[in-house]
Design a protein around this ligand. Sequence first.
Ligand SMILES: Cc1cc2nc3c(=O)[nH]c(=O)nc-3n(C[C@H](O)[C@H](O)[C@H](O)COP(=O)(O)OP(=O)(O)OC[C@H]3O[C@@H](n4cnc5c(N)ncnc54)[C@H](O)[C@@H]3O)c2cc1C
Length: 443
Amino acid sequence: MAKHFAVAGGGWAGFAAAVELARAGHQVSVFEAARTLGGRARRVSFDGRELDNGQHIMLGAYAATLRLMRTVGVDLRAAVLTLPLQMRYPPASGGMDFVAPRLPAPLHVGIALLRARGLARADKMALARFSTTARWMGWTLNNDCSVSELLERFDQTPRMVALMWRPLCLAALNTPPERASAQVFLAVLRDSLGANRAASDMLVPRTDLSALFPDAAAAWLKAQGHAVHLGAKVNALRPDDAAGAWHVEASGLPASRFDGVVLAASPSASAALLATLPDTAALAAQLGGFAPEPITTCYLQYAAGTRLAIPFYALLDEPASARWGQFVFDRGQLDAKQDGLFAVVISASGEAANLPQDALAAAIAAQLAADLGRPELANPSWFKVITEKRATYACTPGLLRPANKTALPGLVLAGDYTAGDYPATLEMAVRSGLQAARDLARP
Ligand SMILES: Cc1cc2nc3c(=O)[nH]c(=O)nc-3n(C[C@H](O)[C@H](O)[C@H](O)COP(=O)(O)OP(=O)(O)OC[C@H]3O[C@@H](n4cnc5c(N)ncnc54)[C@H](O)[C@@H]3O)c2cc1C
């Protein structure tokens, strides 16, 4: 029998749950506190420019996300730029050039290694050893440890750590290798270095992040008669007398009764809502205990036509020398409206985010000018620094993440923080939303 469910939170997890529930024949109402959909992956506007709250990248292995995007009518060929797995530093910056050719796995990595520039034989042997041993171990560990420990155990060279493992760990887990979970890192590597070629592809959004999925999902839902409320912060969830039913109190809307609720807010916002409910003190404390990890994106505007040779480069970061940038993206190669706009990403950016924004932007511009050998890049005409203080949770060894189901009938959790083998990513959020929908519809 069709039921009416509420989804509290219009991020990627919330919309994954909403679309899945609608596809199962249920009625859905989404409540989003903000005026823009997408949560931690959304469009933002500054000075008349449409940007994202942070540069994102996806993998071909994001199967659930890509499937759902297609379901709600997103044309993937137009929406993302698909690139082969790569870690390319600007020539002459002292880095390396590693690009996986379009060949079946594991040949793509083998050939990439043979062709890679900027690596000594010992570095290449170390990467080959890593990939063979990890594959042999099934990409799993009996006991989780830090990524640094894993790299030491696998006898990785300092150059391989600096040029490949550290940047990959920061980009994927938003946690430095010394504090990051080796088990979660291996799961990401399984689906990139260790996976078939298409799964290891890197997908860079061409549209803004709200348009990439949440806006399309909202339009798809509304076209079928479902409700999406913006600016509707859920202030309270109250259990109904009938087991499994809930009353939702949201800003600007009359309280209404639902047959169940997907709580798809961030861990801290979910903890605040759970704290008022019976029998959820331990769960609320667990969610409140996730340590936030920031990401900073610095947008730099240059003259129209200013281009990188490729859509994105890895950068050699060295905070001690005020070299903060870890990756630079040429937005103009992705979206013609962003001609001359570069986005520089700093993951686990606690230290950088404490700097005055103009000092950080100036340091990043100087880093680009030096690494790319182009003095004009030191002088952008405009910049914007965006720090998401709670971009993700620190993905530490042995971190306990809650199941989607809660002890309360009719209330399930969805978000990038629930149990799963991926770190806080779009794919984890989407998988969690799908699971939450299944748990709610078939308790
Ligand atoms: C700068 C940055 C860069 C990132 N880079 C990548 C990347 O390259 N690749 C990748 O895969 N992932 C990346 N991520 C992570 C990814 O964005 C997140 O894992 C994902 O967006 C989390 O989605 P979610 O739905 O679980 O949570 P959220 O996005 O936090 O969604 C929760 C939603 O609930 C709403 N909400 C909160 N409280 C309430 C309430 N009381 N009532 C109603 N609504 C409420 C919020 O406004 C929000 O819209 C990045 C994140 C950031 C911030």
